[in-house]
Design a binder for this molecule. Sequence first.
Ligand code: PAF
Length: 284
Amino acid sequence: MSGGVEIVRSVADLRTRVRAWRSQGLTVAMVPTMGALHRGHLSLVTTALEQADRVIASVFVNPTQFGPNEDFSRYPRQEEMDAEALTGAGCHLLFAPTVAEMYPDGFATTVTVTGVSEGLCGDVRPGHFAGVATVVTKLLLQALPDVAVFGEKDYQQLAVIRRFARDLDLPVTIVGAPTLREADGLAMSSRNAYMSEAERAIAPVVHKTLTHVAEGLRAGKTGSDLCRDAVETLLAAGLASVDYIEIRDAATLAPVERLERPARILVAARLGKTRLIDNIGVEI
Ligand code: PAF
């Protein structure tokens, strides 16, 4: 390590570092990412530093969670900048494995989660959550951290991860951290870089629409009416299509028509070539 965060690329090296920390009685947190780090990711590192003595971030653009026509090949890769940002955030170790390290020849295992993986992004991106569950299971077993931190921005993903961590008795506490937003409400995302200036000007309507649905729900309106109007608002604002906007139980992700329990409003919509996802909570 020459001043910056130490980078390891093999599972063996990762385990050696973690073992050394463990032998000193230190606790460990992990922040799995696909890189192209922004302030939202760095806030996950800050949360991790509050939870443990040492923090590992992983950067791995996981091929198995992208569909054949999705953005795997153009997903931004900028390891040097990511390492600099992680150094500034106080991260102790960057795990940046190759595809061959994560998926060696003959790899034949998939973790699938029923229930919470279904509907929402699960319907629009077949196989996506199996890819996420498989890679996150591997990362957690490779590092065996005490805590792993994930953003609420990917709310269904967080629910999937909580589910398999519990079902598989992974000895890791899963922590969800709030979404960071730009001043105009747009949720921070590595994919925001895909947008043109004109698209970027339209994008805040996604969060505004979520807020409007939340107000309606609190005022006693029904979910289906609110979501139907929300689709019209988004399309009228210039979104190309709306994959879904739905109200779900915040804990189970079961559909919700009226606000009787804490709820989550989740949206995915396309703006030009960019797929935007966001969600907000509604308390009763
Ligand atoms: O949220 C992400 O960046 C990815 O889905 C994750 C959790 C790092 C798995 O590849």
